[in-house]
Design a protein. Structure first.
Length: 743
C-alpha cells in the first residue's frame, strides 16, 4: 500500500478519527499541546506496529518480551516495521560513553591494536576490563571524595536518629543494623569524639566477613564501609543515584588517569604521535579529520570507511562538538536522540517507518536544516519519516502536514487539516495562520532596572571563567549553539543562587491516582464541602480510601493481565468507572455527586462552584495558565510536557520577587501555545518576578527583553559570552549569530 490508513482511532482524547498518511514521505504531525498528536503517532501507530510484530513471532519468544496491549483503534492498514527515535536517555551506566554506544570506540580500539606503537591487544584498550582499566578509578575516570559534613551530624551517636544523614544507612535501616551487628563500633559515642581509625573503618573498610551466634545459631554476613559501598555501586550498572547520592560527594577527575579511564600501559600507545586518549578527547569534527588522515595504510583502509561514515553522520546531525569520552548519562534529550538517529543513517534497511518526537529540541536554528536533510535522505532510501513537531522550518520543508485539534484535551482529538504545505496554507486553521505569518506572536516589552543577579567566575565544563550580570524583572533568553555552555551556565547560576526556582516539563510524579484536582489541592476543599453539605465524614469522598469502589480500589478500571498480549484496562463493572461506592454517590451537592465533579472540566467546575471563593481561586489559577480544558479527574500521567510545566507554573502565579529558570519551555508547544506562554510569563514579570529561559525557539528569543548569547560555537569553541543586551541591540552587533534568525 502507498498509505498508512488509521481507521477509528479513539486512544485517549482522539474522537474516532480516520486518517491516511502517505508512505515514503516526510510527514509532520502538529497541533496545540494536548491535542492528541502523541495519542495518534505513538499510542496508536507505533504501539500497533510493535504489537503486531511481536504477535508474528512464537508464543515462547513472546513470553520473555514486553507485554503490549492493543490500542483503542478499529484497524490500521499498510503498517511497516516502526522505529521510534525518542529523547529518552541512552542509559545511566557510568561506563557507557558516546564511543561505546555508537560502536565507534570498538573500531578505535581495533585500530590502535593493529597500528599502535607498541602493539597491544584490543582488549587492553577497554576500560571495562581489568587489563585495560585505570588501577585507581577502575575505568570510571572519576574520583568521588565524600563531603563528611553531608553524611554526619557530628553531635550525635550512631544510636541516635539522624547521626548518619544518608537514607541508605539511616537509623534502624538494614545497613544500620549491619553496622551495629559488626560489634566494632561504639554506638553510643558521639561521632565528633571518634578517632580517625574508627572513622576510617566506618567509611572505608573493604568487604569483610563477620559472624555471630548470639541468636543461638551461626549467622554470616559481610560489612563494608559506607563510602566503599557507595563507590562500588557507582562502578557498576546502577551508578550513584544522581538525584540523591551525588550531593554527598565532590566529584573530581581521576588524578591517576586524568579522566581517561585507561591504565598507563594503554595510554602510552600512539599512532603518528597521537595516543588513544588524545583520540577520545578530540571533538568529533577533529576526529573525523584525524581518521581520514590515516588513509593509505592497509589496516586503516579496512576501518576508515566505517569510522568516517559514523563520524560524518554525527557531524551532519549537529553534535560534532561531542567527544567519544562523553558519558551518555550527561547527554541532553536532544543530543541522545540525534546520536540514536545517526545509527539509523548507517542502516541499509528500507520500507521502515521512523517516528521522532520534537527532534529539533535543543537544536540551534542554524542546525535545523541539517536535520531536515537527514530526514530527506531516509525518505530517499525508501522509508517513511513521521515527526511530531512545531518548528516552522520543519513544517515548511515537510511533504505532508497533519494538524490535530482544534484545541486541547476534550476539545481536541479531531483531524483539523491534512495535506501538502501548499494545501495547508490555503486553509483557515490556527496552524496555517501562524505558519503564513497572518498571525504574529508578540509580547509587550519590559525594560531593565538597576537590579541584577550576578554569576561569578563560571568555569564548569567548557565555560571560560564567565562573570556577568543578569537584569531582574525581565524575560531573559540564554541562547547559543548546542554545546555552547548554556546548561552549564544555568547549573552554575543555580549553584550560586540556590533560591532560584527551576520549572521543567518533567512528569509530576508517577502516582496513577494523582489528578488535576488533587495536585492543585482543590479536591481537599471539594471533599470538605461535600462532607459539610451532607453532614457526613470527609473520608467518604476520597477515592483512595474509605469511599473507594471495592472492586477497582478507586481507579475506575480493572487491569487484566493478558500474558504475552499485554495488560488491558477495562471499565470497572461494579462502579462503571465512577471510582466510588454506590452509597457515596447518593450524596449530592447542587444535584451533582462527587464522581460527576471529577468528570467536569476546570472551566465547568469554575462555573459550578462560582459562589465558593476558596475553590474558584484554585480553579482560576488553572484557567490563567490555559488548562481550563482539563477534567478535574484527569490523571497527571496522561498530561503532555507542556501541560506539566503549566500546571507547575499555576502554583507560582501569585508569587512575587522570585527568579524562575525554564529550560526549553517551548518543548511540545504549538505557535498558539507559545503565544499563550509569553502572555503567562509576562504576568509573572508584572508581579515582580524574573524569568530566565534557555531557548532556541525564535519566537521566544525575539520577544525576550534581554539576550545573553554564548558561543561562538560548541565544545571548546563555546563557553564565552559573545553578546548581552536587548534584541534590538543584537541586530547591530557583529559577533551575534542569532541576529540573522531574528530578522
Amino acid at each position: 500500500m502507498s498509505n498508512i490508513k488509521v481507521i477509528g482511532a479513539k486512544e485517549h482524547n482522539l474522537k474516532n478519527i480516520t486518517v491516511e498518511i502517505p508512505k515514503h514521505k516526510f510527514v509532520t504531525v502538529t497541533g496545540v499541546s494536548g491535542s492528541g498528536k502523541s495519542s495518534l503517532v505513538f499510542d496508536t501507530i507505533f504501539n500497533e506496529a510493535q504489537r503486531e510484530y511481536l504477535e508474528s513471532i512464537s508464543s515462547y519468544a513472546r513470553g520473555s518480551l514486553p507485554k503490549i496491549g492493543k490500542s483503542n483503534v478499529l484497524s490500521i492498514e499498510g503498517l511497516s516495521p516502526c522505529v521510534v527515535i525518542n529523547q529518552k536517555p541512552l542509559g545511566k551506566n557510568p561506563r557507557s560513553t558516546l564511543g561505546t554506544v555508537t560502536d565507534i570506540y570498538t573500531y578505535i580500539r581495533l585500530l590502535f591494536s593493529r597500528m599502535g606503537n607498541p602493539i597491544l591487544d584490543a582488549g587492553e584498550f577497554s576500560y571495562n576490563t581489568p587489563k585495560g582499566a585505570c588501577e585507581q578509578c577502575k575505568g570510571l575516570g572519576e574520583d568521588f571524595e565524600p563531603i563528611l559534613d553531608k553524611f554526619f551530624d557530628w553531635n550525635k551517636s550512631l544510636n541516635q536518629e539522624g547521626a548518619i544523614k544518608h537514607r541508605k544507612f539511616k537509623y534502624k535501616s538494614r545497613y544500620w543494623n549491619i553496622i551495629r551487628a559488626v560489634g566494632i563500633f561504639d554506638m553510643n559515642k558521639k561521632l565528633k569524639d571518634w578517632s580517625q581509625d574508627e572513622l576510617d573503618k566506618l567509611l572505608y573498610l573493604e568487604p569483610t566477613s563477620y559472624q555471630s551466634d548470639t541468636a543461638g545459631f551461626i549467622q554470616n554476613w559481610k560489612f563494608e564501609g559506607i563510602i566503599t559501598r557507595l563507590r562500588r555501586n557507582k562502578g557498576d550498572s546502577r551508578g550513584l543515584d544522581s538525584s540523591y547520592d551525588e550531593p554527598f560527594f565532590e566529584i573530581k577527575r581521576c588524578s591517576a588517569c586524568n579522566g581517561s579511564r585507561l591504565n598507563a600501559r594503554a595510554r602510552g600507545v600512539k599512532i603518528d604521535n597521537t595516543s588513544i586518549i588524545d583520540v577520545l578527547n578530540m571533538e568529533i569534527i577533529e576526529l573525523y579529520d584525524f581518521i581520514n588522515s590515516l588513509s593509505g595504510d592497509k589496516v586503516a583502509d579496512e576501518m576508515i570507511p566505517f569510522l568516517s561514515k559514523r563520524l560524518k553522520n554525527l557531524i551532519d546531525l549537529g553534535v560534532g562538538y561531542l567527544t567519544l569520552n562523553r558519558s551518555v548519562a550527561s547527554l541532553s534529550g536532544g543530543e541522545a536522540q540525534r546520536v540514536k538517529l545517526s545509527k539509523q543513517l548507517g542502516s541499509s534497511l528500507t520500507e521502515m517507518i521512523y517516528i521522532l518526537d520534537e527532534p529539533t529540541l535543543g537544536l540551534h536554528p542554524k542546525d535545523v536544516n541539517k536535520l531536515i536533510d537527514v530526514f530527506k535522505k531516509l525518505v530517499i532510501k525508501g522509508n517513511t519519516v513521521i515527526v511530531v513537531e512545531h518548528n516552522r522550518e520543519v513544517m515548511l520543508n515537510s511533504d505532508y502536514i497533519i494538524d490535530i485539534g482544534p484545541k486541547a484535551g476534550i476539545n481536541g482529538g479531531h483531524i483539523v487539516s491534512v495535506g501538502t504545505l501548499e494545501e495547508t496554507l490555503k486553509k483557515d486553521t490556527t496552524t496555517a495562520l501562524y505558519l503564513s505569518n497572518k498571525k504574529i506572536i508578540t509580547k509587550e516589552k519590559n525594560y531593565p532596572n538597576r537590579s541584577f543577579i550576578e554569576i561569578k567566575n563560571a568555569s564548569l565544563h567548557n565555560l571560560k571563567n564567565i562573570s556577568l550580570k543578569i537584569p531582574k524583572n525581565l524575560l531573559v533568553a540564554i541562547v547559543g549553539a548546542s554545546g555552547s555552555g548554556k546548561s552549564s551556565l544555568m547549573e552554575v547560576l543555580i549553584k550560586q543562587h540556590p533560591s532560584i526556582n527551576m520549572i521543567d516539563q518533567s512528569p509530576i510524579g508517577n502516582n496513577v491516582r494523582a489528578n488535576t484536582a488533587t495536585y492543585s489541592k482543590i479536591f481537599d476543599d471539594i471533599r470538605k464541602l461535600y462532607a459539610h453539605h451532607n453532614n457526613t465524614k470527609e473520608s467518604l469522598f476520597t477515592f483512595n480510601g474509605e469511599g473507594a469502589c471495592e472492586e477497582c480500589k478507586g481507579l475506575g478500571y480493572i487491569t487484566m493481565d493478558m500474558h504475552f498480549l499485554g495488560d488491558i484496562h477495562t471499565v470497572c463493572p461494579k462502579c462503571k468507572g465512577r471510582r466510588y461506592k454506590n452509597e457515596v454517590l447518593k450524596y449530592l451537592y447542587n444535584s451533582k455527586n462527587i464522581s460527576e465533579i471529577l468528570s467536569m472540566t476546570v472551566s465547568e467546575a469554575y462555573d459550578f462552584f462560582k459562589f465558593n471563593t476558596k475553590i474558584t481561586k484554585g480553579l482560576k489559577l488553572l484557567i490563567d495558565v490555559g488548562l481550563e480544558y482539563l477534567t478535574l479527574g484527569q490523571p497527571l500521567s496522561t498530561l503532555s510536557g507542556g501541560e506539566n510545566q503549566r500546571l507547575k507554573l499555576a502554583s507560582k502565579l501569585n508569587k512575587k520577587g522570585n527568579i524562575f529558570v525554564l529550560d526549553e519551555p517551548t518543548k511540545g508547544l504549538h505557535f498558539q501555545d507559545i503565544d499563550y506562554l509569553l502572555k503567562l510569563l509576562q504576568k509573572l514579570i508584572k508581579n515582580g518576578n524574573t524569568i530566565i529561559v534557555v531557548e532556541h525557539n525564535i519566537e521566544i528569543i525575539k520577544n525576550s527583553d534581554w539576550l545573553i548569547e554564548l558561543g561562538v560555537g560548541a565544545g571548546k569553541d563555546g563557553g564565552k559570552v559573545i553578546f548581552e543586551g536587548s534584541v534590538k541591540d543584537s541586530l547591530d552587533n557583529n559577533k551575534s549569530i542569532i541576529k540573522s534568525f531574528i530578522t
